[in-house]
Design a protein around this ligand. Structure first.
Ligand code: 0A1
Ligand code: ZN
Length: 849
């Protein structure tokens, strides 16, 4: 259990460590409950640091022995580390400690997953392996010896030798301890090779548990594509002789970029057509790219301290999004990213957990691996690129790699590179890193004598600790359309820097229709009173594919809001406009599938709340269901035709073209199931030869209340496959009706295959419960209570995953008094639990604040 008396750490207090770690030698003698870790480190005084005590982090370590320059010493040891008197000059530090990986369920430090040893050291896990200055600005060259009976023993860098019961690794690149990794187990390998742009041969390996060999080919190809792309687009070459990836079943996050030895949650790397959906394939390709790209943006250039997390994460998410856009469809990727941003980051920014992209304080850094740091961090880089242009962006990145290679850098360093490369003053732009909250941009317009004026006003609502906000630099991409649908002005980027600013466009023969925030050029909420006719016009004519989709999304939102608040009928004019788009077979099926999507129920709750209406989850659910049914009935003749168009006749490929068709097919099947009670879904379920078709059919059947047989069959078919069974658990909760969601989830937690210690399985059930809006918010509080029960239980084992899942309660203040009271009571119950971890203490305190 962690130290529960929380201490706040501030960015402004940064001081460098008093020593440099010049060389690190580690020896691991592996044993499940008594692994010995011996360290030998050469420390030298750091001339740039102020005078300080010699302090090394260390948690939950059993001390065995300590020596300095060969002579035994007795440091003072506390719960968080040790202090020791040290010589004035350089010295050799030696320590031996004992740890128990088999008892480590927090999955931080060295732990075991299905008999295999593995590590997770970001952010502060290395201190659970040995005493060390566990901070990213202390970088060192590591040599590692592993002793144990396991057939495969891996660490960072290049192999240096191996023999009976031992293996040695040497990583020539100085790195912080958070990038350290070790894996040992009886694993099998899917090998590959890559020749770099300068002609070096790199050995590639994907290590998995026996039985998973058939799920490696796609990941290996994704890795090679990523390596090639980073050479071609960013000029970045891989820098070791070997690159290892390992799949583990028990992992808190998606994956980890340890130098030369990436460790992946098996759900983020293993794939086969029979067991993985198209969405799984796409996610795997993106995560492999993300971790690989970290080799430069994160590893070669790392962060000075954890406040700078967005330096590596924002940039790497931006890079992986560029990669996906290049490999697949850029328009589909952009729309999907915006849906995700609005679904995960906007609620964060609008609630009690709101924090800047670069936070200024934290108690537990693991609580800041958030959508704000990652996804908004990537949006900030996208805006920077839009503002300076593609060429200047490329120039600035070259300068960044040249200037900071080998550094532990800051956001100031990053922005200075752009200032030097472009001559631009980025002082105001920097507010994107320090101001929390989503800016709102209100638009008004005027047209007189051929001159069209757009007036933009920006305003960011207060967030915790930040009542007043200064104006930010907002790139607003705008295009103007003539009344006949032609483009009167192609896309132009307006730079909004003031609280209020007007932009004029001259020489227009008629009042144009503006298309604003094209491509979603900034992560803001656009406020504009627009007529339905104008939106329908944009839906029919906008040349910007993002805004064309956005027009339909706006109409869908307005239609649902009117249904919820006024009991209005579905907007048939919008449905007709939308029908024209989805009928257009010249358009990409994936795009048409996105067009068929509706705002989520949680997004509708947020919109209502913003308009001063208390959201009623049941009313939102009912309106959404009614609209779905209306659409199905209205388009009943069109559906078979679309289903035909969506058919794939070639053998399964998880590429953009085929998956786009299947996405359209599954949207059509969901509508059809509202008319035929699940008949077509049943047929698809029976005949499916890939997981995408099988799972979408199963979801329709469960949703239609006709899923019991199929669920049993699915379980019998996939019982031995942990990743597929996660889908079985999750889908039942996700697709069930609001009155039964919590009961279903509860019953599943009693299933013998429910294992709370496995984060994937826990999230499958509890994550799906939290995401099922009307189900989670059932008025008797059963959903809240069930989640809180399990969060309390899980915290004893795995504080990190527990803390992340507390965010399910982040919107609690927007609901009615009854629900608010029920959620608050659950948060207070969690907070009152004796021995609560530091991670969860921080989260519930912020949520209740
Ligand atoms: N750096 C990884 C994310 C990550 C963060 C923390 C972890 O454990 C606490 C694990 C992974 C990435 O961005 O992919
Ligand atoms: Zn990352």
């Amino acid at each position: 259990m962690k130290d529960a008396s929380p201490q706040t750490i501030y960015l402004k207090d940064y001081t460098p460590f008093g020593w440099t770690a010049e060389e690190v030698h580690l020896t691991f003698v592996l044993a499940p409950s008594a692994t010995r870790v011996r360290s030998r480190i050469r420390f030298a005084p750091n001339p740039d640091a102020p005078q300080q005590d010699f302090f090394l982090h260390g948690e939950q370590l059993k001390p065995i022995s300590f020596a300095i320059d060969g002579a035994p010493v007795s440091p003072e040891i506390t719960e968080t580390g040790l202090t020791c008197a040290v010589p004035e000059g350089a010295f050799i530090w030696e320590a031996e400690v004992e740890i128990a990986p088999v008892e480590n369920f927090a999955l931080e430090g060295l732990y075991m997953s299905n008999g295999m040893y593995c590590t997770q050291c970001e952010a502060e896990g290395f201190r659970k392996i040995t005493f060390y200055p566990d901070r990213p600005d202390v970088m060192s060259v590591f040599t590692v010896r592993i002793e144990g009976d396991e057939t495969v023993k891996l660490s960072n860098g290049n192999p240096q030798g191996q023999g009976d019961g031992w293996a040695e690794w040497h990583d020539p690149w100085p790195k912080p301890a958070y990038l350290f990794a070790l894996v040992a187990g009886d694993l099998v390998n899917h090998p590959g090779a890559f020749t770099t742009m300068s002609g070096r041969e790199v050995e590639l390996n994907l290590w998995v548990r026996p039985g998973d060999e058939g799920k490696c080919a796609f990941g290996m190809e994704a890795l090679k594509k990523s390596m090639k792309w980073d050479e071609e687009v960013y000029g970045r070459e891989y820098d070791l002789d070997i690159f290892n990836i390992v799949a583990v079943d028990d992992f808190n996050m998606g994956a980890m970029e340890n130098k030369g030895l990436n460790i992946f949650n098996s759900s983020a790397v293993l794939a086969s057509p029979e067991t993985s959906t198209d969405a799984n394939f796409e996610r795997i390709e993106a995560i492999i790219a993300h971790e690989y790209f970290h080799n430069w943006t994160g590893n070669r250039i790392t962060c000075r301290d954890w406040f700078q997390l967005c330096l590596k994460e924002g940039l790497t998410v931006f890079r992986d999004a560029q990669f996906t856009s290049d490999m697949r469809s850029a328009e589909v990727k952009r729309i999907s990213d915006v849906i995700d941003l609005r679904g995960r980051q906007f609620p964060e920014d609008q609630g009690p957990l709101s924090h800047p992209v670069r936070p200024e304080s934290f108690q537990e850094i693991n609580n800041f691996y958030t959508a704000t740091v990652y996804e908004k961090g990537a949006e900030v880089i996208g805006m920077l690129k839009t503002l300076v242009g593609d060429e200047a962006y490329a120039k600035a990145l070259d300068l960044y790699f040249e200037r900071h290679d080998g550094d532990a850098a800051t956001i100031e360093d990053w922005l200075k590179v752009f200032e030097d490369a472009t001559g631009r003053d980025l002082t105001q732009f920097k507010r994107w890193y320090s101001q929390a909250g989503t800016p709102h941009v209100a638009v008004s317009e005027a047209f007189e004598n051929g001159t069209y004026t757009l007036t933009l006003k920006q305003h960011t609502p207060p967030t915790p600790g930040q009542p007043d906000k200064a104006p930010q630099v907002i790139p607003v991409a705008v295009g103007l359309l003539s009344p006949n649908g032609d483009e009167a002005l192609p896309t132009k980027v307006l730079e909004l820097t003031e609280a209020e600013q007007s932009f004029t466009f001259e020489g227009l023969s008629a009042k144009p229709v503006p298309s604003i925030l094209r491509g979603f050029s900034a992560p803001v909420v656009l406020e504009r009173e627009t007529s339905k006719e104008e939106r329908a016009f944009l839906l029919a004519h906008d040349t910007d594919t993002f805004n064309r989709w956005e027009a339909s999304r706006d109409l869908a939102r307005e239609c649902l809001v009117a249904m919820i608040t006024e009991g209005a009928e579905p907007d048939t004019a919008w449905l007709d406009g939308l029908e024209a788009v989805i009928r257009d077979s010249a358009l990409d099926p994936a795009y048409r599938a996105l067009m068929l999507g509706l705002p989520t129920q949680s997004e509708l709750a947020q919109v209502l709340h913003q308009r001063g209406v208390t959201p009623d989850p049941d009313a939102i659910w009912t309106a959404t269901e009614t609209l779905k049914k209306t659409r199905a009935e209205r388009w009943s003749k069109l559906l078979p035709q679309l289903a035909e168009e969506a058919k794939v006749t070639e053998p399964y490929q998880p590429d953009a073209e085929q998956s786009g068709k299947r996405a359209l097919g599954s949207a059509v099947l969901a509508l059809t199931s509202r008319l035929d009670g699940g008949e077509a879904a049943k047929a698809q379920f029976e005949s499916a030869d890939n997981m995408t078709l099988q799972l979408s059919a199963l979801a329709c059947l469960v949703q239609a209340g006709a899923g019991e047989d199929a669920l049993a069959k699915f379980r019998a078919q996939w019982n031995g496959d942990r990743l597929v069974m996660d889908k079985w658990f999750g889908l039942q909760v996700a697709a069930s009706g609001p009155s039964e969601t919590a009961d279903r989830a509860k019953a599943l937690t009693e299933d013998p295959d429910f294992d709370m210690k496995n984060p994937n399985r826990f999230r499958a059930v509890m994550g799906a419960l939290a995401m099922n809006h009307a189900g989670f918010h059932r008025i008797d509080g059963a959903g809240y209570q069930l989640l809180a029960d399990w969060l309390i239980k899980l915290d004893e084992k795995n504080p990190q995953t527990t803390a992340r899942m507390c965010s399910a309660f982040q919107t609690w203040k927007r609901y009615d008094e009854t629900r608010r009271g029920l959620m608050k009571a659950q948060l207070e119950r969690i907070a009152a639990k004796p021995g609560l971890s530091r991670d969860v203490t921080e989260m519930v305190t912020r949520l209740l604040s």
